[in-house]
Design a protein around this ligand. Structure first.
Ligand SMILES: Cc1ncc(COP(=O)(O)O)c(C=O)c1O
Length: 348
């Protein structure tokens, strides 16, 4: 096979990144003969143990191929047909999963407006008082994204406060951790401090956006919810046949804290990008830069020219807000090549 031309590294998305060499190496090493399929292999057993080490003995991890599928099946396990999920209106499950939860599980999502992507008990509380009895769905799960889709990070105490509120109101907490490593890198605490130890019930653990080729996990901290989960995973098309190759990636991901090193680097590159962008006339940074996303408000008439220099997606066409993302392979040189181009277009 010949190597095909790909795009230049850009700030469009961490999904556009390649695979970390240590992850690719782990895949090659796992390619050693036959293994029982569907997770009954030694790599998967070892990786499941690793999740217990990281999140505590109660943690049960089920590996999955996509982030959307992970959210859908994790939430399915938490809900009865007449129960609903409360999320921020910017949440990936609400805004960017093509109605997958509604289609696959049949549960409704109740979106709430936020200023920074984060939910608080005060925002959720009014939904519990609506009093339509059996005529309305029951808000059962609070789903938070960590870091949020706006690049902000819930503190440990913010997660705990939400979880306490949920318990008091007979609700459960789901965390979409598609970029959970970036949140841990920002907070400087172990992964379990803001998940299992903070009262989260089910976690969507992401690896793909932080250097893995493909691999996510539904992690249960409440074992009553994981009963029969294997059936939900299979029925929803999320059971991977050659699972050893995802499990081997997780083993490499946790070895020598590769996950954390990748995420710290991505976050540092976002800080650099933001601090350089701030110096350019006409750019406003619209949300606190806490993980690996930088949201910038740009003069609308300049956007096309900027995208021609280096492609990026618009978060909101109407308000001229773009999302620039960094990842494990972003370099300082990438930033220092991009910024002068932006300056040239904006300052003339
Ligand atoms: C916060 C968040 N959750 C979930 C997903 C879904 O991941 P996938 O594209 O693998 O379905 C994404 C994807 O970008 C995401 O940003």
């Amino acid at each position: 096979m010949k190597t095909l031309k790909t795009m230049k590294r850009s700030f469009a998305s961490d999904n556009n990144a390649g695979v970390h060499p240590k992850i690719l190496d782990a895949i090659i090493k796992a390619n050693n003969g036959d293994c029982i399929a569907y997770g009954e292999d030694p790599y998967t057993k070892e990786a499941e143990k690793k999740f217990k080490e990281v999140f505590g003995e109660n943690a049960e991890a089920f590996f999955t191929p996509t982030g959307t599928g992970t959210n859908v099946i994790g939430l399915s396990a938490m809900l009865k047909p007449y129960e609903a999920v409360v999320s921020a209106e910017t949440a990936h499950i609400y805004a960017d999963e093509c109605g997958a939860l509604e289609r696959v599980a049949g549960n409704k999502i109740l979106p709430l407006k936020t200023t920074d992507g984060k939910l608080t008990p005060e925002m959720v509380a009014p939904l519990l008082k609506e009093g339509h009895g059996e005529h309305a769905v029951i808000p059962k799960v609070i789903s938070i994204t960590q870091p949020t889709e706006l690049g902000t990070v819930y503190t440990v105490s913010e997660v705990k406060t939400l979880a306490e509120f949920a318990k008091k109101n007979n609700m459960l907490v789901h965390m979409d951790g598609a970029r959970i490593a970036n949140a841990a890198a920002h907070l400087g605490v172990p992964l379990r401090a803001f998940t299992s130890d903070a009262g989260v019930d089910v976690l969507s653990f992401g690896g793909t956006k932080n250097g893995m080729m493909e691999g996510e996990a539904v992690v249960f901290f409440d074992n009553t919810l994981s009963k029969n989960f294997k059936f939900i995973r299979k029925q929803s098309g999320q059971l991977i046949s050659k699972m050893r190759f995802v499990s081997a990636q997780f083993l490499a991901y946790f070895e020598n804290d590769l996950w954390l090193r990748n995420a710290k680097h991505a976050n540092e590159m976002a800080q650099l990008l933001a601090s350089e962008a701030k110096k350019i006339k006409g750019i406003e940074i619209v949300y606190p830069v806490e993980a690996n996303a930088v949201f910038v408000k740009l003069p609308k008439e300049k956007i096309k020219a900027l995208q021609e220099k280096s492609f990026f997606y618009m978060w909101s066409e109407d308000s001229g807000i773009a999302r620039w993302m960094t990842h494990f392979a972003t370099t300082e040189e990438d930033v220092f090549e991009f910024i002068p181009n932006v300056r040239k277009v904006l300052e003339g």
